[in-house]
Ligand binder design. Structure first.
Ligand SMILES: *Cc1c(COP(=O)(O)O)cnc(C)c1O
Length: 366
């Protein structure tokens, strides 16, 4: 068996160590006589799996005791709708910062579900700048009475990242979509009212979505929303009002344990910073052969989009990289070019192999 170097944006590479463990436990989890996919979510085995997953996630992120951790379904996209239903009271207003495709989608969906109920404002956008940078302080106009301010701290398609030391001074609760960089670096959870993330970028398989929400914000959901979409109801029921995505939660839990074995997020961040430096250096030192359009301070360590000076070489780049075992480098259709997603589970050797290929391809085609 040969595994590719997988640069997919999501579903994405998982740690080989975790997949080996899943394989070993597939038919018989810890002497249960069956695998995790086959056991009751109410039994003591799965109860221990979800409780361990939650406590490991709390330890990794340093989640304060006054925050609930929910394991939900529907992806981050469902959160685009569920968030206003829960945290935006009728007649109230929420502010959205738009720095890329994902935050733009979040704004649109909130406007859609809240139409006629509450107002959802665009409080600043870098769309005119082609989403090549985060917002500067002067470009943001936040309503201090906003129920919350939504932002996406890692724009997966445009390759922008914002760390929590550079958050806007909102004066209103901050809600962050961290789908594509959660657990890639330490985060001060207390700076946010809520954090959410679909799992299939940096956490585990698709099917589970993490929601970390401050307790005092719960209980204000619109009266007629389905119970399954009410954070307070899900919190009261330990994310098990109905059958949760058991297998996805189990694998995510193994990824949390793997991250703890790396030494936690401060150590993981060092590795991620190094990987990103290798790749951006290759791009920046290519004399324009490769180009990343994002303002340097705003560049993502997880998703690195780049274009070739001569787009007529794109097809050869993709074919030859694939032949060299480097997969899924085609950029998102909305921005074109290439994109290398280098999540936690992408080993440094994978990035080195990519950089060697890119340098070699440039020499042959410059
Ligand atoms: C992938 C992604 C989403 C959508 O996630 P789904 O789980 O497919 O709904 C939302 N936000 C960001 C930042 C993403 O990267």
């Amino acid at each position: 068996m040969t595994r590719i170097w997988n640069f997919s944006a999501g579903p994405a590479v998982l740690p080989a160590e975790v997949l080996e463990q899943v394989k070993d436990e597939m038919l018989d989890w810890h002497g249960a006589g069956c695998g995790v996919m086959e056991m009751s979510h109410r039994g003591k085995e799965f109860t221990s799996i979800i409780e361990t997953a939650e406590s490991d996630l709390r330890a990794l992120l340093g989640i304060p005791a006054n925050y609930k951790v929910l394991f939900l379904q529907g992806g981050a996209t469902q959160q685009f709708a569920q968030l206003p239903m829960n945290l935006l009271p009728a007649g109230g207003s929420a502010d959205y910062l738009v720095t890329g495709s994902w935050s733009k989608k979040a704004l649109k969906e909130a406007q859609h579900v809240a139409a006629g109920i509450a107002s959802v404002r665009n409080a600043g956008s870098t769309e005119a700048a082609g989403f090549t940078r985060n917002l500067d302080a002067g470009e943001i106009s936040i309503d201090a009475n906003a129920a919350y301010v939504h932002l996406c701290t890692n724009e997966t398609i445009h390759g922008l990242e914002l760390d929590c030391s550079r958050l806007p001074q909102a004066g209103a609760p901050l809600v962050a979509d961290m789908s594509s960089h959660i657990l890639s670096r330490p985060v001060d959870v207390s700076k946010y009212a809520m954090i959410y993330a679909g799992a299939q970028k940096n956490v585990g398989p698709s099917g589970v979505t993490l929601v970390i929400v401050r307790e005092d914000l719960l209980g204000k959901a619109w009266k007629t929303i389905p119970s399954i979409m009410d954070y307070a109801v899900m919190a009261e029921n330990g994310s098990m009002l109905n059958t949760p995505p058991t297998f996805a939660i189990y694998v995510a839990g193994l990824v949390f344990q793997w991250l703890k074995r790396q030494g936690g997020l401060a150590e993981v961040e060092k590795i991620n910073r190094h990987k990103a430096e290798l790749l951006y250096a290759c791009i920046d030192e290519s004399e324009g052969f490769y180009r990343n359009p994002v303002r340097i301070a705003d560049r993502s360590r997880m998703n690195v989009p780049f274009t070739l000076l001569r787009p007529e070489l794109d097809a050869a780049f993709l074919a030859e990289s694939k032949a060299a075992g480097l997969a899924s480098l085609k950029g998102h259709k909305s921005v074109g070019g290439m994109r290398a997603s280098i999540y936690n589970a992408m080993p440094t050797d994978g990035v080195r192999t990519l950089v060697e290929f890119m340098n070699d391809f440039r020499k042959r085609n410059a």
